[in-house]
Design a protein. Structure first.
Length: 385
């Protein structure tokens, strides 16, 4: 069950529409989505839990499936509380959160930026499992106080065990679990190298995935039998999920290790200022004469108002370029497309993530135009690194 995902969007931007997901609420300004995959898991949980209800509370008939589905809903409500705990601590530290999503194997809190210190990383991670363990204890205490009706007692008992399992499972020391983020924080604190912490926790996540896959066979083989098909399927699903999450973390660590080599000033293309009414062919000629790699549209006062992407130029047939003004193929220069030429590393990538585009205008600290940054040039620099 994944509990956090670090992104790079600007905190003031609204989350985009999510295919296959429905927004059901908003907590502390963070939208909560339910993925369509949740329905299938909830139905599977209801199918598996129904025989237990029929055995413990006979006579319900078809209503036993409704009760089992209600248990699945309550279980995911507990997972939602787990994720809200992550969000509250993250926002307490000033970290922007894009959304919470309930999905196939639990919940996902999309925290857009890494904490600034290992202590904060640990705090954001550990609060989730602690919340699940606290819920398990609260439901367990409620069981001792409730005797009737039997269905309520059974639901409380199962929720107590389920939350305890969720809490303990998330404490396993491997990414993408919360325990993996705690391990990363520990390595980060000792070595002062956050990317090394990610690598260690990522490989630990792969080890946990192998353990999850093998554990049912080890345990049940020792008991003189073999695992049932349902246990095999769940262990394979969980192992695949953990392996994919840890692999993604390792890839992220490799990319982040290359980021310090990125400097906007070094990657900038020279931009030629042109008025919006200038024919495209003439603008291209001026850029070629100046050995510039980009075009910046300016107003009568010389202030930049738009950028012309290389793709827009190439998409315009050469015979039409004398009859099309540069303003017709330019993109309006929004504030998020204007970046400081001094940006480097993760700050540069985070700023670009605020509004994905093919080109950005780079300006000096005093606001003067320095040049244009192409996303393709940044990708090429990462590949070279």
């Amino acid at each position: 069950m994944v509990s956090q995902q670090l992104g790079s969007r600007d905190k003031d931007r609204e989350p985009r529409r999510r295919p296959g997901a429905l927004q059901i609420a908003r907590v502390v300004g963070v939208p909560i989505y339910v993925n369509v995959s949740w329905v299938f898991v909830a139905l599977l949980i209801a199918f598996l839990f129904r025989p237990w209800i029929d055995q413990q509370v006979p006579g319900l008939g078809q209503w036993s499936f409704v009760a089992a589905f209600g248990f699945a809903v309550l279980l995911y409500a507990s997972v939602l509380v787990h994720e809200i705990a992550h969000v509250l601590v993250a926002k307490r530290f000033g970290l922007p959160v894009r959304a919470i999503t309930l999905q196939f194997l639990g919940g996902l809190s999309e925290i857009e930026r890494e904490p600034e210190s290992p202590w904060r990383e640990f705090a954001v991670a550990v609060v989730g499992p602690l919340t699940s363990l606290a819920l398990g204890g609260a439901f367990g205490l409620a069981v001792t106080q409730v005797a009737e009706p039997p269905l309520l007692e059974l639901a409380l008992f199962q929720l107590a065990w389920a939350n305890l399992l969720v809490g303990l499972f998330n404490l396993l020391p491997g990414l993408p679990l919360d325990g993996g983020r705690m391990l990363r924080a520990g390595v980060w604190a000792v070595t002062k190298r956050p990317h090394l912490g990610t690598k260690v926790a990522g490989w630990a996540g792969r080890a946990v995935a192998v353990l999850v896959l093998a554990l049912p066979w080890i345990y049940l083989a020792g008991a003189g039998g073999g695992p049932d098909p349902v246990t095999i399927v769940w262990s394979v699903i969980l192992a695949m999920f953990l392996w994919a999450g840890s692999t993604q973390a390792l890839m992220s660590a490799r990319i982040r290790g290359k980021l310090p080599a990125l400097h906007a000033r070094d990657l900038a293309r020279r931009g030629v200022p042109v008025p919006s009414e200038l024919p495209l062919s003439e603008a291209i000629r001026r850029a070629q004469d100046s050995h510039a790699g980009s075009l910046v549209v300016v107003d009568s006062e010389g202030k930049p108002t738009g950028l012309v992407s290389e793709a827009a130029v190439l998409a315009t047939p050469e015979h039409r370029r004398p009859w099309i003004s540069i303003g017709d193929v330019a993109r309006r220069l929004e504030p998020a497309l204007v970046l400081s030429v001094e940006l480097r590393g993760e700050e540069l990538v985070r700023a670009m993530g605020g509004m994905p585009a093919t080109e950005y205008l780079l300006v000096e600290p005093d606001g003067g135009i320095y040049g244009v940054l192409s996303t393709a040039d940044v990708d090429a620099a990462l590949a070279r690194a």
